[in-house]
Design a protein around this ligand. Structure first.
Ligand SMILES: Cc1cc2nc3c(=O)[nH]c(=O)nc-3n(C[C@H](O)[C@H](O)[C@H](O)COP(=O)(O)OP(=O)(O)OC[C@H]3O[C@@H](n4cnc5c(N)ncnc54)[C@H](O)[C@@H]3O)c2cc1C
Length: 400
C-alpha cells in the first residue's frame, strides 16, 4: 500500500506509471480491452483503490492526472458500455467484497469484458428502495431468489447484477436486506425490455424465478444489505453528477457546437447560452472541489449536489439546443424504432435524442425530490421526514 506516500511522491508514481503505460501500449493501435487491462495492471484504473485492485492506494484527486493524460493521448475508451460497473459496482466490490471477489471481478469489469447492472428498484419500491420485496431464502450454501426488479439499465447486456434482496422480513426494513452479485445468465433470470420516451429500451424488467446464488456471491454480511447499498448509491450520485471533465465539455459542448454552426443567435438566446455555460462551469468546479475533499471510501452527500444541479441543467441545455435548431428541432433523428442500446448516456449524439433522454435525469439514481431531502437532512441539518415505518418489522408494513 502507498497511502502514506507524500503527495509529490504519489503524483510522481502516477506520472511514471502513465509514462510506462503509454510507452508500452500505443494508444492509437492497442485494442480497447488490451489497453484497459494494461491500465488496470498499472494501478491506473481507480488510483485510490488498493494495489492489485486497479489502484495505487493514493489520493483520489490524482485520478484527474490520469484522466487528462488519457484524453490527451487519445487512449481508447469504450467505458460508456459499463457505466454501472465502473461507477457503482467497482467501489462497492472494493469496499465490501472478499479478496476472491475483488480478484475475480474487478479486472474484467474495468476492461468492459463483463458488463454490470443494478437490481435495486421494484414496482413497489423506488425512492423507498429499502421497502423492496424480492426475497432471498437460504438453502444450504446457496440462496434462492424470487421477485421482480424494474428500470434495470443495461440488464440485457449485463453479465453480473448488483442485487439487493430481502432476507429477513421480520425485522425493520433497513436491517432485513442482504446484497448479492447475481449471474445474469443463471437459470430463472428473465430480462424483458421497457421502452423509453426516446423509443429505445435502455432499461428492462427483470424477473427472478427460483434463481440460485451461491453464498460466495454475497457481498458483506447477511443483513448488511443497506450499508452496502449506501456505498452503491453514494457512488451512483457521483457517477451521474459527472466526473470532472474539461471546461465546456459534455452537454454544454453540444449547445456551443450548435451555436457556432448556426453562426450565433439572438441576444436572448445568447443570454440563455451564457447562463447555462456559467451553471455548467460552476457544476464542474463543484465536482473538482468534491473530488479534492474526498477521501478514499464512500463519497458523502456532496454527490447529491451535482446530481441535483446537473439534472435541471441538462434539461435546460437541451431545451435551448432544440430551440436553436428551429423547426429541425421538432423532428426526430430516427423512425422511433425499438432499439436496445449497449450504452446508457446522454450528450455527444443527436441533441433531439438527448433532449428526450435527459428528462430521466431527475428520476434515475434517485429523484430530485429525494436529493433535496438528502441535502436538507444531511447537509443543512433540517429535521428529517416523518417515517411511520421506523422500528416496524417489514412484514407488518402495508405494501402494494
Ligand atoms: C432512465 C432510468 C434508469 C434507471 N436505472 C435503474 C437501474 O439501473 N437500476 C435500478 O435499480 N433502478 C433504476 N432506475 C429507477 C430509479 O432509481 C427510480 O425510478 C427512482 O428511484 C424513483 O423511484 P420510482 O420510479 O419508484 O418513483 P417513486 O419512488 O414512486 O416516486 C414517485 C414520485 O414521488 C416522489 N417522492 C417519492 N418519495 C418522496 C419523498 N420521500 N419525498 C418527496 N418526494 C417523494 C418522487 O420524487 C417522484 O416524483 C432508473 C430510472 C430511470 C428513469
Amino acid at each position: 500500500m502507498t497511502t502514506d506516500l507524500l503527495a509529490t511522491d504519489a503524483e510522481q508514481l502516477v506520472r511514471s506509471r502513465l509514462d510506462d503505460l503509454l510507452a508500452t501500449h500505443d494508444p492509437a493501435s492497442t485494442p480497447a480491452v488490451e489497453f484497459a487491462g494494461a491500465r488496470f495492471d498499472a494501478g491506473l484504473a481507480w488510483v485510490w483503490f488498493p494495489e492489485g485492485c486497479g489502484g495505487l492506494g493514493v489520493h483520489p484527486d490524482l485520478q484527474g492526472v490520469v484522466e487528462s493524460r488519457m484524453r490527451k493521448a487519445g487512449a481508447p475508451n469504450d467505458m460508456e458500455r459499463n457505466v454501472i460497473g465502473l461507477g457503482m459496482a467497482a467501489p462497492t466490490i472494493v469496499t465490501h467484497g472478499t479478496e476472491e471477489q475483488k480478484r475475480r471481478l474487478l479486472r474484467p469489469l474495468f476492461t468492459c469484458e463483463e458488463i454490470w447492472c443494478q437490481l435495486f428498484s421494484e414496482p413497489g419500491a423506488g425512492s423507498d428502495v429499502a421497502g423492496l420485496a424480492t426475497r432471498a431464502v437460504a438453502d444450504g450454501d446457496e440462496w434462492v431468489v424470487n421477485g421482480q426488479k424494474v428500470w434495470t439499465t443495461l440488464a440485457h447486456t449485463a453479465r453480473w447484477g448488483l442485487l439487493l434482496a430481502r432476507t429477513d422480513p421480520e425485522v425493520e426494513k433497513h436491517r432485513g436486506m442482504t446484497y448479492f452479485i447475481v449471474d445474469m445468465h443463471a437459470p430463472g433470470v428473465e430480462v424483458r425490455p421497457l421502452r423509453q420516451i426516446t423509443g429505445e429500451a435502455e432499461f428492462n424488467e427483470v424477473f427472478f424465478t427460483d434463481v440460485r446464488i451461491p453464498d460466495s456471491a454475497r457481498l458483506d454480511a447477511v443483513g448488511a444489505g443497506w450499508q452496502v447499498a449506501m456505498t452503491t448509491l453514494m457512488n451512483e450520485r457521483v457517477a451521474i453528477g459527472g466526473g470532472v471533465s474539461a471546461r465546456s465539455a459534455g452537454p454544454i459542448h453540444d449547445a456551443l457546437h450548435i451555436w457556432r454552426q448556426r453562426g450565433g443567435g439572438t441576444a436572448a438566446e445568447k443570454d440563455r447560452l451564457l447562463q447555462h455555460w456559467v451553471r455548467a462551469e460552476v457544476a464542474r468546479i463543484t465536482n473538482m472541489r468534491a473530488r479534492e475533499r474526498r477521501r478514499a471510501g464512500t463519497p458523502g452527500p456532496e454527490g447529491s449536489v451535482v446530481k441535483l444541479v446537473s439534472a435541471d441543467l441538462n434539461k435546460d441545455i437541451y431545451s435551448l439546443c432544440v430551440d436553436l435548431l428551429g423547426m429541425t428541432g421538432t423532428l426526430y433523428p430516427t423512425h422511433y424504432e425499438m432499439r436496445r442500446p449497449d450504452r446508457a448516456s446522454i450528450g455527444g449524439g443527436d441533441v433531439r435524442h438527448s433532449f428526450l433522454r435527459c428528462r430521466a435525469n431527475s428520476i434515475e439514481g434517485g429523484t430530485s425530490e429525494v436529493m433535496r431531502n438528502i441535502l436538507g437532512e444531511r447537509v443543512l441539518g433540517l429535521p428529517g421526514e416523518p417515517r411511520t415505518d421506523k422500528a416496524v418489522p417489514w412484514s407488518q408494513v402495508p405494501h402494494n
